[in-house]
Design a protein around this ligand. Structure first.
Ligand code: M6R
Length: 332
């Protein structure tokens, strides 16, 4: 365990290294090169639609990928749980690409979904961490995440590298499909390279405040993680991690959807973690946060450094360093 109390802690600290290795592996001469994943420029141009299929945290990485890919590459993306995809006789575009995201490369539903896509003659790409795993062997092409062995059942570093794979694909698709300029492309690549240090800084700088906060909230009964857009994707993963590890009931909700019934569960002391990293959605988020605060929630914000005014609304705030809006999941 490398001196750590348990593997999950060790792997949380390994995130900067895992992310750096995964970023470096796709960069060649200052550009993203996806030829190892079978995605040369001609192939990228020929893809009409993307289907992302996965389970659990890998699915959550897929939800983030959907936002980033549609934003940067303007290509339609559908993201789906493998356990649904495999049984629902999906209609697939023959020009489509099915992306199976899996740390282990052995998850039964994800593997079955891959086989289903292959049987229908659709091109498949595995985003996989374990070399030689079933999904890695059977997919037409593989994008390897370089998290290294993940021993903890609760994923941290593999999920972080799946996000990097998503960004690399989205940035390259955006460039090749002429949705982003050369200047923007270079900016995005430069920012990708900064992520490992930013992640390391968050883990180091915020450690004590987070420990203090966790100790204070350890008896929480219910938690909600809310966000809009890509912040909803990170909320899903935050919420899963919370319940998986603490046994505290937790749900992720698209912030704008709470009022359609579920807000009735928000009462005194319920923990609500609000993720707000997107400028355009900031005011909308604040109004959702005020709604839950009025019902007595203990409100936490995860937001960008500089948004200090959020403290007028919340009980506790965590700040993350500036980055491209599409890359905020890695820091939030
Ligand atoms: O190995 P996979 O990525 O295919 O596993 C999928 C899920 O079981 C996995 O992501 C699970 O949700 C996480 N280990 C939870 O932390």
């Amino acid at each position: 365990k490398g001196g750590y109390e348990h593997f999950m802690m060790k792997e949380i600290y390994e995130q900067p290294r895992a992310v750096r290795d995964t970023v470096n592996a796709v960069l060649k001469n200052g550009r993203i090169d996806l030829s190892d994943a079978g995605l040369d420029e001609k192939t990228i141009r020929s893809i009409g639609r993307i289907y992302i299929v996965a389970c659990g945290s890998a699915y959550h990485a897929g939800v983030a990928m959907q936002y980033v890919m549609e934003e940067l590459a303007r290509i339609p993306v559908r993201v789906e749980l493998a356990s649904e995809f495999r049984y629902r006789n999906p209609i697939l575009d023959p020009e489509g690409l099915v992306v199976i995201v899996s740390q282990s490369g052995e998850t039964a539903d994800s593997l079955a979904a891959l086989r289903e896509a292959k049987q229908r003659g659709i091109r498949t790409l595995g985003i996989v961490n374990v070399v030689g795993s079933s999904i890695a062997r059977e997919a037409d092409n593989v994008f390897y995440t370089l998290a290294g062995p993940e021993i903890s059942v609760a994923t941290t570093k593999a999920y972080s590298t799946q996000l990097i794979a998503s960004y690399a694909l989205a940035v390259q698709f955006g460039k090749v499909r002429e949705q982003i300029t050369e200047e923007k492309y270079q900016e995005l690549i430069a920012e990708l390279k900064t992520l490992p240090d930013k992640i390391a800084k968050i883990i180091e700088d915020d450690k004590e405040r987070i420990q203090w906060f966790a100790a204070k909230q350890a008896n929480a009964r219910d938690a909600f993680f809310i966000g809009r857009g890509i912040d909803y994707a990170i909320s899903m993963e935050g919420s899963l991690k919370m319940k998986e590890i603490s046994y505290i009931h937790s749900e992720a909700y698209a912030a704008g959807e709470l009022k359609h019934g579920t807000i009735s569960l928000i009462e005194d002391g319920i923990l609500v973690v609000s993720v707000l990293t997107q400028k355009e959605l900031y005011e909308k988020m604040i109004s959702n946060m005020v709604e839950v605060k009025c019902r007595g929630a203990y409100l936490v914000a995860v937001t960008m450094a500089g948004n200090y005014k959020v403290e007028d609304t919340v009980n506790f705030a965590l700040y993350i360093p500036e980055t491209e809006e599409c890359f905020t999941p890695s820091l939030a």
